[in-house]
Design a protein. Structure first.
Length: 421
């Protein structure tokens, strides 16, 4: 009776003195490095996509964080520190001003308030404003481009003025309803006044006001640069309380205090009826920054992802071409005892090394771009660790994923067919 051979060959005992082939990590790294150095131009071009992708990733996150801090700063300087309280009033003749007489002093006691004061346009219709006591000016002459505005010292300070010459009127002028005025630079130019050391005067419908200062610029309400600005106490004595254009309060706050001041001011001014006021508070700068940063990140991270995809395709294509070019080498290695996993590990290591190098170079370039832009714009560079530290690892993962198929393709090559080519 003849015995049939088993369906699968039996494992034979290992021949004494012969060890199975192995690829040590040092040899693997050496072979991968040799494969990259043999074609330096191709390796650099292959890394280019990864460099651009990782660089864009780091630069975008860094620039948006840096620009976001500048958005906070810009809005904090003006808008985020400004609160307006407008007098809606009840429309009653016996109550033309809803603000209490000591409104500025009350609001100044709130935590976070820097300056506060009232301002309005006095009831002067078609004012004749001249720099000389001309009787014809009283009858309707003067410059039609100029206006008269009333503001107490706190409101002027909250407007953040830049003086060209002279000084601003103070609390003493306000308390005694002095006939003094400050001119905006445009108004002073129209009236032909450039100096105040000789105490020049302007005439509003024949009433003289001594000019104590000329304002060159106003950060808030720059329209008053075309005005003759007088104390509110003087305006009340000369022209009565505001009727058509009711009073406004301008409050300058410290950073971060605007929202709280806007909530507390009406209660402090008129606890009996807070509905007499309309409060205009600045938008939350953090919400605005988050919105801008989110849109900015979404757009440019999409571009970074596209660059990474292009880089991955480039690595995969180059590694696959290298596999086809080195088919004979692969067959020789297989015939000398190299196993499929050794061949796959070699090509996978090469592609991973390309991705890692691209990630490191791209991260360095991205950091350099952020720092360079910040230095050029006189900003403070902000680089989040969670955005910078993982960037080389992302390059490594891209190279690993891109080289997976070419490495498996190399491992599947049969040594006999490879040696025939």
């Amino acid at each position: 009776m003849r015995l049939l051979p088993p369906p699968f060959p039996r494992r034979t005992a290992r021949t004494p003195g012969i060890e199975s082939s192995a690829l040590h990590p040092a040899d693997l790294a050496g072979e991968a490095l040799a494969g990259l150095v043999q074609r330096p131009g191709r390796s650099i071009l292959t890394m280019l996509g990864t460099i651009l992708g990782i660089g864009a990733f780091v630069a975008v996150l860094g620039l948006t964080a840096t620009a976001g801090s500048q958005i906070d700063r810009q809005f904090s300087v003006l808008k985020a520190t400004e609160v307006s309280v407008d007098d809606k009033g009840a429309g009653q003749p016996d109550d033309p001003v809803s603000f209490p007489p000591d409104a500025d002093a009350k609001v100044a006691t709130l935590s976070g308030v820097v300056h506060a004061g009232l301002w309005w346009a006095p009831n002067v219709r078609n004012p004749a404003i001249t720099s000389a006591p001309d009787v014809s000016a009283v009858a309707g002459g003067g410059s039609a481009a100029l206006t008269v505005d009333a503001a107490d010292p706190g409101a002027l300070a909250a407007m953040d003025p830049t003086l060209t010459t002279g000084t601003l009127y103070n609390a003493w002028h306000q308390q005694h309803a002095e006939h003094v005025a400050v001119l905006g630079q445009a108004a002073a130019r129209i009236l032909g006044i450039s100096r105040v050391d000789s105490q020049p005067a302007v005439f509003v419908n024949g009433t003289p006001y001594t000019v104590v200062g000329i304002i060159g610029d106003l950060q808030r309400h720059p329209e008053l640069l075309l005005s003759v600005v007088i104390p509110t106490s003087t305006a009340l004595a000369e022209y009565g309380p505001p009727v058509n254009d009711r009073a406004h309060m301008l409050i300058e706050t410290k950073l971060g205090a605007a929202q709280l001041v806007a909530h507390q001011a009406p209660i402090l001014l008129r606890p009996d009826n807070t509905t007499l006021f309309a409060v205009v508070a600045p938008p939350d700068p953090h919400s605005l920054r988050d919105s801008v940063t989110h849109d900015f990140n979404a757009l440019f991270l999409l571009l970074a992802a596209i660059c990474l995809i292009i880089g991955a395709v480039g690595i995969a294509n180059t590694t696959l071409v290298a596999v086809l070019e080195r088919t004979a080498e692969i067959g020789l290695r297989r015939s000398l005892g190299a196993r499929p996993r050794h061949i796959a590990a070699q090509f996978l290591t090469e592609s991973t090394a390309l991705g890692t190098l691209g990630g490191l170079i791209g991260t360095s370039l991205g950091v350099a771009v952020v720092v360079g832009v910040a230095v050029e714009r006189h900003w403070t560079a902000i680089l989040q660790p969670w955005a910078v530290l993982p960037a080389p690892l992302i390059g490594t993962l891209v190279g690993l994923a891109a080289g997976l198929y070419p490495a498996l393709r190399a491992a599947w090559i049969e040594p006999v067919e490879a040696l025939r080519r």
